[in-house]
Design a protein around this ligand. Structure first.
Ligand SMILES: Nc1ncnc2c1ncn2[C@@H]1O[C@H](COP(=O)(O)OP(=O)(O)O)[C@@H](O)[C@H]1O
Ligand SMILES: [Mg+2]
Length: 264
């Protein structure tokens, strides 16, 4: 008898609906019947109108919120509480201003039973991967916005997460810095073979960085399209952006979102 082994997905959303109770007591449906899978090592972006539930999807992946119905699994295990194997990075870098960069990167390792030398070694390794070697003793205020985001990525990578969640990490940066940072994030994430879920409202960014893009509807958000980006250079957006197909993909995404807008 031949055994067929079912591949374990890095992330699975199975018919997930999430409702919140508003201040007035009414139930608000943030996302509805969201159903998708992310393979190990894949880079998937989620785009959709503001308020459609993108951040809610990340929070449920991290186990900060529970679905009202449906199920979320990371590496084949149902998420039923804060998940230490998920690395969550927000738009604001949340570095601790009173700690130097290396101590900031070590922060997430302190609760994991590693001794000081092992923590330092791991922190140094990810800082170098993020091209911050030489800045370990600097304080956050001494770094540029782009460097701080790279330090925040290093901190996220230090815990060796099974999945990295990025919630609009570049949206506060100028256009130039953003391009360079997209490039360095993509390189590090590809080198480290990390599974990644990126939330962005920047359609070009989604095309430049992703293997696949999920398009969400207006609230209650549900997946209305899934686009596979069949272009080379996923690890190097600065190269990918020179391909003429990039604007075609972005236009396709835009048309989905615009269609939705028209419906309201
Ligand atoms: N903790 C919460 N309590 C009540 N409502 C919430 C909560 N978190 C999010 N929401 C609501 O859910 C909807 C989706 O929010 P969010 O996921 O932040 O959207 P997005 O990230 O796509 O802009 C919004 O209407 C928001 O107000
Ligand atoms: Mg959001």
């Amino acid at each position: 008898m031949q055994l067929i082994k079912k591949a374990v997905m890095a992330l699975e959303f199975k018919h997930v609906t999430k409702q919140f109770q508003s201040n007035s007591g009414e139930m608000l449906t943030a996302v509805k019947d969201v159903d998708f899978r992310v393979e190990k090592g894949e880079f998937v972006s989620v785009v959709g109108p503001s308020g459609c539930g993108k951040s809610t999807i990340l929070s449920m992946t991290a186990g900060l919120y529970q679905p009202s119905t449906g199920e979320v699994s990371v590496s084949g295990e149902r998420v039923d509480g804060p998940n230490p194997h998920v690395g969550f990075m927000l738009q604001k870098d949340l570095l601790l201003p009173w700690r130097d960069i290396i101590s900031n990167v070590e922060f997430g390792l302190e609760s994991r039973g590693l001794n000081r030398a092992a923590r330092r070694a791991k922190a140094m390794e990810v800082l170098i991967a993020c091209h911050l070697g030489g800045f370990e003793q600097h304080y956050p205020y001494q770094l540029s916005g782009g460097m701080r985001q790279r330090a925040a990525l290093a901190r996220t990578l230090a815990i060796d997460p099974e999945i990295i969640l990025l919630d609009e990490p570049f949206s506060a940066l100028d256009a130039q810095t953003k391009l360079l940072l997209q490039n360095s994030f993509s390189k590090v994430i590809a080198e480290q073979k990390k599974t990644t879920l990126l939330i962005t409202h920047d359609l070009a960014e989604a095309v430049l960085m992703s293997d696949r893009i999920l398009v969400l509807s207006e609230r209650p958000g549900t997946v209305i399209a899934e686009i596979k980006v069949e272009l080379p250079h996923r690890d190097e957006p600065l190269k990918r952006r020179n391909l003429p197909e990039v604007s075609e993909y972005a236009a396709q995404l835009f048309s989905y979102l615009k269609l939705e807008e028209k419906a309201f």
